[in-house]
Design a protein around this ligand. Sequence first.
Ligand code: GLP
Length: 260
Amino acid sequence: MSYRTLTAPLFDLRVVDDPSTAQHAVAEEIARLLEREAGREEGLVLGLATGSTMVGVYDELARRHAAGGATFGRARAVLLDEYRGLPADHPQRFANWIRGALLDRVDLPAEQLEVPPADAPGAELEAACSAFDRRLRALGGVDLQLLGLGRNGHVAFNEPGSPLDSTTRLVRLAESSREANSAAFGSLDATPTSAVTQGLATIRAARRVRLLAFGASKRDALARLLELHRFDPDRPASALGGHQDLEVWVDEAALGGNGG
Ligand code: GLP
């Protein structure tokens, strides 16, 4: 695997020419952890992200599984976020999307997937979010969290303005995020306005975090992140600065170099 390292004040970057180099490296690490933790009673707890950035990771895990590797067994998967207000069978619900992208292609039944409680009625939502965070702790915490970067610098659906100590909660989506995701819904009007997301503190609690950002559409978000020396709520991904076990994988296009 070949990458060059770039040092920024908040964290180092691993820069690759081609996103697949990073996606395969991360999938390989997950396969290794699955093997190592196979004997553990609770199994590995893997934090999953939705979005095009992760498709190459899931494809590689599915390929390894078909070849006899990447066995999930008792592993649990946890989703970062879920839209609020979509019908149960809507294909853009993240819980449905992740089934198609990964669960149905490996030995990971939907019962082993934890999803933020986006359907809880308003009056019960806060308690349901606290119960979700408690559930993650009861599972022993997330062993490895996959994380994408929004064009506005969000992680999961922690939009600009999110506090560092935020936990799982109901959020209003930024207009820029709705626009970025509207293609999948056919129009901006059909795109949800809210979601339930793990908070920045929830995400930071993961043992390992692997943040991936590729392509020119991430260039601004990445450039603003690289200028920072400390957490800035307007750039939520900066919450990962100082994390104990963080890898940030980017390609030249996201950095503004070759191919961008
Ligand atoms: C959505 C998700 C994020 C994801 C982002 C980037 O908004 N809530 O978790 O990181 O999209 O998506 P993509 O990988 O398609 O660029």
